[in-house]
Design a protein around this ligand. Structure first.
Ligand code: ADP
Ligand code: FBP
Length: 303
């Protein structure tokens, strides 16, 4: 089974307006609410590809209830840990630029955390756990490492999409896949990535440091894939961006869902790029139909 973990799910409140003026009352042209949180986005993308998966994480309050309702009927099993606090609302402002305010998230009690950790006892070496996104402020920053130790103990495999020290620590546990974007890679290695040579050098470093596969996503500039023996570049597909939130999560879902079925790295990368692009070109997580449409436009070269 594939499990996704979203410690800090969200409702994404997306509002559109022509111009955003700070310090003034702005009037929106439109607004919409989407389920959010990186692991949940991965689950939804896997669901679009009809790949069975179970979503873990914390949900609570009226926002958590709304998220639950929105997810019901999608191709994923909800196995969230209930909490007393309210699931957060993240604000995405689409004006001339995209501005995001991601909330800190609710308080998680020690008891709620203990109930969540019990789920890891049932993992086996057939399972893959996808750990994604930020840690609610109330949780200790070592929570990712605690999960990794439990996953390793059961012989399960994992994918991790987080940043900074948490990502650095995770590399030593040999993740199946990591997917930093350009700024996350620069932050990880405390370096500047100005040239293609910089990207290739530091992308490869992810493999040297322990990752089995590494995608460096470059938003409108495409993506790079690194494995022990190969390096690929996917050119950006041209199109109209609608809402790029979840594009990176969709890449992870597309890659890992395909790789677990075929172990075909090139095909998995192609579907990853199609999935990420299709989500960027959609209002919400991409549909299977949109992914198939984009798939035929994906062009990959060895670099
Ligand atoms: N503006 C865009 N044009 C074309 N493809 C895009 C665009 N934005 C995202 N994508 C696709 O989605 C992938 C993931 O997007 P990116 O923004 O890099 O991830 P993240 O959301 O994790 O920061 C990119 O590597 C690219 O393939
Ligand atoms: O957990 P974080 O880092 O606060 O991010 C949560 C946000 O990330 C998203 O999952 C989108 O992620 P990406 O754009 O990086 O793919 C949103 O749905 C959500 O609001």
């Amino acid at each position: 089974m594939i499990y996704t973990v979203t410690l800090n799910p969200s409702l994404d409140f997306v509002t559109r307006l022509k111009t955003l003026t700070l310090g003034e009352t702005n009037r929106a042209d439109s607004e919409a609410i989407f389920p959010g949180g990186k692991g949940i986005n991965v689950s939804r993308l896997l669901g679009q590809l009809a790949i069975d998966n179970t979503a873990w994480g914390f949900l609570g309050g009226f926002t958590g209830q709304h998220l639950k309702t929105t997810l019901s009927g999608q191709h994923l099993v909800q196995d969230f840990t209930p909490i007393a606090g309210n699931t957060r609302i993240n604000l995405k402002i689409k004006a001339a630029n995209e501005t995001e305010i991601n909330a800190t998230g609710p308080a998680i009690t020690e008891q709620e955390l203990a109930v969540f950790f019990q789920k890891f006892d049932r993992l086996t070496n057939h399972d893959v756990v996808i750990l994604s996104g930020s840690v609610p402020k109330s949780l200790n920053s070592h929570v990712y490492q605690q999960m990794l130790q439990k996953i390793q103990l059961c012989g399960a495999r994992f994918v991790i999409d987080t940043t900074g020290q948490q990502l650095k620590t995770a590399l030593a546990y040999q993740p199946l896949l990591v997917k930093p974007n350009r700024s996350e890679l620069a932050q990880l290695y405390q370096t500047e990535l100005t040239t293609q040579a910089d990207l290739l050098q530091w992308g490869r470093q992810l493999i040297i440091d322990g990752a089995q596969h590494a995608i460096v996503s470059l938003a409108g500039d495409g993506a790079l894939l690194f494995t022990k023996n190969t390096q690929y570049f996917a050119k950006p597909v041209k199109g109209q961006v609608q809402n790029s939130a979840g594009a990176g999560d969709s890449m992870i879902g597309g890659f890992i869902g395909t790789w677990l079925q075929s172990e075909d790295v090139l095909e998995s990368f192609k579907i990853a790029v199609a999935s990420g692009t299709a989500t960027a070109f959609s209002n919400d997580i991409a549909t299977k139909q949109k992914i198939e449409e984009i798939y035929h436009q994906v062009s990959i070269t060895t670099v």
